[in-house]
Design a protein around this ligand. Structure first.
Ligand code: ATP
Length: 328
């Protein structure tokens, strides 16, 4: 029989994403609903090692559902990657009578949670919080939808200046390993081309495609480039190549950077975070451990953490085709 859960802790880890606060709120209030104590852990695994905990009740999470970032702060902890660091963290959770841990973060944070469980048989549950949407076992990670809206808003603004000056803009968006953000904002923002890590268009074909657009009467263009795109060494090299091999455009680069992580979470992310928090706490109360909660077919489902970590989230290639047709 697993130990009855009387007190849970929640932490946010890795890169922050909009919706993390809404998830904290949901975890805390679900605990309150079930008469379970809840502790907030500051600065992810760093705070777990140091015992930087704060008791949280339903009122302590008021006014945060609409806030970006994370009130608990996030961190990347080198020490938690060591056995000694995790032993310190385990001593802290034992001393504080914590019976289970909800980890809001990406695959790195889940790896840490899984190892912690394997070493100390300590119940853990993951909530996927990352704007990249690169986690297997959920159609949407927390923050992805907000990031899409933020980026589309930026592209709309860039388009205004691009069309006023006959400019070709390369816009870099986040996505080191996956092109989810690029694909979606490319379609929604009416991009000419979308360059993603999963597909190598090649420099010549890129120039060919841009020339085709130009001869079809377009006077400005936007190309969305995911950070991890493999065509050039980086977006500035792409610009130089196109500058040298194409005439008639004034080529510019815009790197959107960290603004993509910020801002108030969208309605979608707030609802998703609320659902995930409830599912995470109630699953731990049901004696489940080592799972990530996710959205699949609009239902809350559990995926084993090791699968969520190792599995590949697949991009929707239909979107590439839609984009090709739309840029005709
Ligand atoms: P993002 O997707 O934003 O990068 P993430 O959760 O993948 O989020 P990471 O920096 O990879 O971010 O991981 C967050 C933290 O999880 C690390 O700083 C570390 O403390 C812990 N962690 C990651 N991998 C391991 C591991 N192999 N063993 C123990 N802890 C780990």
């Amino acid at each position: 029989m697993p130990k009855a859960i009387k007190k849970l802790a929640v932490l946010t880890s890795g890169g922050d994403s909009p919706g993390m606060n809404a998830a904290i709120r949901s975890v805390v209030r679900t605990c309150a609903y079930h008469n379970i104590e809840c502790l907030g852990v500051y600065r992810g695994y760093e705070g777990l090692i140091e015992g930087d905990f704060k008791p949280m009740d339903a009122r302590s999470v008021k006014g945060i559902i609409n806030k970006g970032g994370t009130i608990l702060k996030s961190a990347r902890s080198k020490e938690f990657r060591t056995v000694e660091g995790r032993q310190k963290a385990f001593k802290q959770v034992v001393d504080a009578d914590i019976d289970g841990l909800v980890v809001v973060g990406g695959d790195g944070s889940f790896t840490g949670a899984l190892i912690f469980n394997q070493e100390f048989d300590f119940p853990v549950m993951g909530i996927p919080g990352t704007i990249d949407n690169d986690i297997y076992g959920t159609s949407h990670t927390l923050g992805f939808d907000t990031a899409l809206n933020t980026v589309v808003d930026a592209i709309d603004k860039i388009r205004d200046t691009a069309s006023s000056h006959n400019r070709l803009f390369f816009v870099e968006v986040m996505g080191r390993d996956v092109g989810h953000i690029a694909l979606n904002v490319g379609v929604a923002g009416g991009a000419e081309e979308i360059l993603i890590p999963e597909e190598d268009l090649g420099l010549d074909r890129l120039v060919e495609s841009l020339n085709r657009s130009r001869t079809s009467g377009k006077t400005s263009s936007i190309v969305i480039v995911a950070e991890g795109d493999k065509i050039g060494k980086n977006i500035f090299e792409l610009k130089d190549y196109v500058d040298e091999n194409m005439e008639g455009y004034d080529v510019r680069v815009s790197v959107l950077g960290h603004m993509q992580r910020g801002g108030a979470p969208s309605c979608f992310d707030r609802v998703l975070a609320s659902r995930m928090g409830v599912k995470a706490v109630e699953s731990l109360l049901d004696g489940e451990t080592n799972y990530m909660v996710g959205l699949l077919d609009n239902k809350m489902e559990l995926t084993p953490l090791d699968k969520a970590i190792k599995g590949k989230s697949k991009i929707n290639l239909e979107l590439l085709r839609v984009s090709d047709i739309m840029s005709t």
